[in-house]
Design a protein around this ligand. Structure first.
Ligand code: SF4
Length: 262
């Protein structure tokens, strides 16, 4: 059954049941799923998330130890020397805009929130550099408030699975939120993003080495033969991912195991 035919024939209850089965398989497939931006508090996560725009999490994690040591508080960002801050975050790209956001974020936190990152969506989205996606990342991972993170991977995968036909991120967030228990939202988001980075890639998904193949209406978007599919798996658990899908782990090339999941 294709994603298009599913949209017309599947009942709402049927979709919810299938979504939850996929959700359970994702839990088994990615036991290591977590927020891939290193952080120790809400401010660090807010800063790392701003830096992650158009940049890999790995690159952000290379920059942040020095940054967090130099600017431990919101007041430090508010009073930052622009040139020095730009130099520190330059490797993450778009460093002038990001510097602007970090200084303005620091100022807004000092002026309106006593220098602390607020724990409410309504407050977070009013802060410079923080949109709804970033706010949900912060809520889910720094405050333990369930949040759905609709990034590019999330949008692509939920569409491939026929979970929703919405294209607007906020509508997608509400549609997926209705399929799952609220308490599962944050980890579900991590697992979907993990699957998008390691298995279900934008151009060539590893369908022939995917644990979700039997439940996925988009199976066949990428190669279905084990050997070419296994070559597409990425990340340190690429061999485990192959085995979980019933594919010989030896088909996974060594470079896949060390490759950075984008
Ligand atoms: S079967 Fe293919 S399209 Fe479906 S989730 Fe797996 S990799 Fe993605």
């Amino acid at each position: 059954m294709t994603a298009t035919s599913l949209r017309t024939s599947e009942t709402e209850l049927g979709r919810k049941r299938r979504a939850r089965r996929i959700g359970r398989l994702l839990t088994e497939t990615h036991p290591d799923a977590h927020c891939e931006l290193d952080h120790a508090n809400p401010l660090e996560l807010a800063v790392a998330t701003i830096l992650s725009a158009q940049c890999t999490d790995k690159r952000v994690n290379e920059v942040t130890p020095k940054l967090f040591a130099r600017y431990p508080t919101a007041a430090d960002y508010a009073a930052a020397d622009r040139t020095e801050l730009e130099e520190l975050i330059r490797p993450t790209g778009f460093f002038r805009n990001k510097t602007d956001s970090l200084i303005k974020l620091g100022q807004a936190l000092v002026e309106r929130h006593d220098g602390r990152v607020p724990g409410r969506l309504a407050d977070l989205v009013t802060l410079p550099g923080i949109g709804r996606k970033t706010a949900n990342v912060i809520l889910g991972n720094a405050f333990g408030v369930p949040g759905i993170t609709v990034d590019t991977h999330f949008q692509r995968l939920v569409r491939r699975w026929g979970w929703t036909t919405e294209t607007d991120p906020v509508k997608i967030e509400h549609a997926i939120g209705a399929l799952f228990e609220k308490r599962d939202w944050t980890m579900l988001s991590h697992r979907i993003i993990f699957h998008g980075r390691r298995v279900c890639h934008a151009r060539k998904p590893a369908c022939g080495a995917c644990t979700l193949a039997a439940l996925c209406p988009s199976y066949g978007t990428g190669p279905t033969e084990p050997a070419p599919a296994a070559k597409l798996l990425k990340g340190p658990r690429a061999r485990d991912l192959a085995a979980a899908a019933g594919v010989d782990p030896d088909l996974v090339p060594v470079q896949a195991v060390v490759a950075e999941a984008p």
